[in-house]
Design a protein around this ligand. Structure first.
Ligand code: GLY
Length: 346
């Protein structure tokens, strides 16, 4: 997979205009969901001229991150005879950039796409690094391909319309970047969260540094999944219940559980465990998990994409800023981590 550039704020205007005017592009499409069409498309239209673009609209939300929604995109591209030189501009959060990247990568065996993330989560994580895909039943990102956008354009102007729970959801990935790779970034995110523009660019730099060393997740890139083995299982579990949990909230729980497991199994000190769990507790309204659900959540970890030869693995921390991957995850440890979690949130 090729590497790709990330532009911030106004520096994205010129590359955007150059690409869409390029003779290699036959027709440009903007993919939006109902929310980004209403709130973000007019903002993008102020930044760049969108008169020549065709809008493709999909429904909003994780429950629409499906192959059926890709069919909507492919049907619209086909209806107007979009050829292999078409360009898809994904304007939205992580669901939309993952799905749009996947739909673009499969249409006629691949057309170019650009990601313009409009949520903090998509800015610091989903829109960079070339992971694309859709969910399959309750299994997140089960179907997908690595495929890089032409570039990602992160503009903090889109955060103005973002609800505060979505900002907190995105913060989980920034906390994660600090915990796995750069303790200074962790300290800055938890102590100076208002200075978002520079924190976003630092967080994206960490992600790019990791992806550049291992674009298709043969090894090191797995560290970006800290908090996600249990976090994804919890998120998948909640998808099937009436209670809702944002991705970042599930990852926040996953990071607490996996920090505890790191303490239990990898020598993460008690002081560092507390230094991780306390700020996460104060950032998030963490859910109480019913012990009756532990076993179902443990079952869901078996679907994790990091598993090998039937053995469930997680990413652990030896210390803040130093992660290790492929650590075996046993049910006994998870149950102990759940009791630790229960003890700190009550
Ligand atoms: N979200 C983790 C990764 O991109 O590898």
């Amino acid at each position: 997979m090729k590497t790709h550039q990330v532009y911030f704020n106004h520096s994205g205007v010129q590359p955007f205009e150059e690409l869409v005017k390029d003779s290699g592009i036959s027709k440009a499409f903007v993919l939006c969901d109902q929310i980004t069409a209403e709130l973000c498309l007019p903002v993008l239209n102020e930044l760049v001229d969108l008169r020549e673009f065709t809008l493709i609209l999909i429904p909003t939300g994780e429950s629409y991150k499906t192959i059926e929604t890709c069919n909507i995109v492919w049907a619209q591209l086909t209806k107007v005879n979009a050829d292999r030189k078409a360009l898809l501009i994904n304007l939205g959060g992580g669901v939309l950039t993952d799905l749009g990247g996947f739909a673009a990568s499969c249409y006629k065996r691949g057309i170019k796409f650009i990601n313009i993330p409009t949520t903090l989560l998509a800015m610091v994580d989903a829109s960079t690094g070339g992971k694309t895909g859709v969910d399959f039943g309750s299994f997140k990102n089960q179907i997908g391909v690595f495929s890089a956008p032409e570039f990602t354009w992160v503009h903090s102007i889109f955060l103005k319309s973002l609800p505060s729970n979505q900002i907190r959801s995105g913060a989980a990935e920034m906390i994660k970047h600090g915990l796995i790779y750069d303790s200074k970034h962790f300290d800055e995110v938890i102590s100076n969260f208002n200075d978002l523009t520079s924190l976003i660019s630092d967080s994206v730099s960490i992600k790019q540094a990791v992806v550049a060393q291992d674009p298709t997740e043969k090894g090191l890139r797995k560290i970006l999944n800290f908090g996600h083995t249990l976090g994804h299982a919890i998120e998948s579990f909640y998808l099937e219940t009436p209670a809702s949990l944002l991705h970042g909230e599930a990852i926040a729980v996953g990071m607490i559980l996996e920090a505890y497991l790191s303490h239990r199994e990898l020598g993460l000190s008690n002081n560092e465990l507390v230094a991780i769990t306390n700020p996460i507790k104060s950032f998030y309204d963490l859910p109480i998990i019913d012990p009756a659900d532990y076993q179902d959540i443990i079952e869901l970890t078996k679907q994790d994409k990091k598993n090998e030869h039937g053995s469930v693995r997680f990413v652990g921390l030896k210390q803040i800023g130093k992660a290790v991957y492929d650590v075996p995850l046993e049910a006994e440890g998870i149950l102990e981590a759940f009791s630790y979690y229960k003890g700190i949130i009550l």
